[in-house]
Design a protein around this ligand. Structure first.
Ligand SMILES: [Zn+2]
Length: 226
């Protein structure tokens, strides 16, 4: 059986998808020289404003510094959306591509197994980088707690967890994060099809869900539930 270790051509294959130096191959997260609105900046002398939360009375108004799914975003909102987009990519990779390497499915030939292992090394690192503490910080910076807008179920849960689902599998935060992941998946598919109008429409929904996830995280932490 072929053993794949971290030595050989796999070592040093680390790269940050969407990094300054190297945009992700799919072009979902673009920063620095790679952003698509550079022509706009050259013409008008300034970047477009962040698209997030630009409903009446809710404009972000910060200058865009990056793009996620071709949508201009400021640093805080872009970082949050990029983290969600990259987490969805990593999740998709694990579900679809690494599935044949699950020990419970029929063994692959050693050749294809080795190739898949090598291919997955840099993505495994990316997946680890986009989870946990960094992700939570990105969410809280992008959508600081606005208690008046928090979802009723979240408020009920943190105020009286015993009567509103304590012990259930998913806290409000977990449930909103699952919704966010699903929206990211739809946005990636729309992005890949070039359906920009659909990406923009879904982004409005995604922002709403991401904001509720952030509020739930802040409230659950404050209540000692997360
Ligand atoms: Zn913004």
């Amino acid at each position: 059986m072929t053993q794949v270790t971290s030595s050989g051509s796999g070592e040093g294959a680390e790269f940050r998808i969407g990094s300054w130096e190297r945009p992700d191959p799919a072009g979902i997260v673009l920063r620095g020289e790679a952003v698509g609105f550079r022509g706009y900046v050259e013409k008008l002398g300034e970047p477009p404003v962040c698209y997030v939360g630009s409903r009446p009375g809710e404009a972000c108004d910060q200058p865009a510094v990056m793009e996620v799914y071709d949508i201009p975003m400021c640093q805080a909102h872009g970082q949050e959306a990029a983290a969600g987009a990259l987490e969805e990519l990593a999740h998709d990779f694990e579900q679809e591509i690494k599935r044949p390497m699950n020990p419970y499915v029929r063994r692959l030939s050693p050749h294809i197994e080795r190739a898949l292992n090598l291919a997955s090394l840099p993505r495994d690192k990316e997946a680890r980088n986009t989870r946990g503490g960094e992700r939570d910080g990105d969410l809280l910076r992008a959508f600081p707690l606005d208690r008046g807008r928090a979802d009723g179920e979240t408020l009920a849960y943190v105020e009286d967890p015993d009567n509103h689902g304590r012990g259930r599998q998913d806290s409000p935060f977990d449930a909103f994060m699952q919704d966010r992941m699903l929206l990211h998946r739809h946005m990636r598919l729309a992005f890949e099809e070039g359906a920009h109008w659909l990406v923009e429409t879904l982004e409005r929904e995604r922002e709403g869900v991401a904001a509720q996830a952030a509020y739930a995280l802040a409230l659950e932490r404050a209540a000692g539930l997360a």
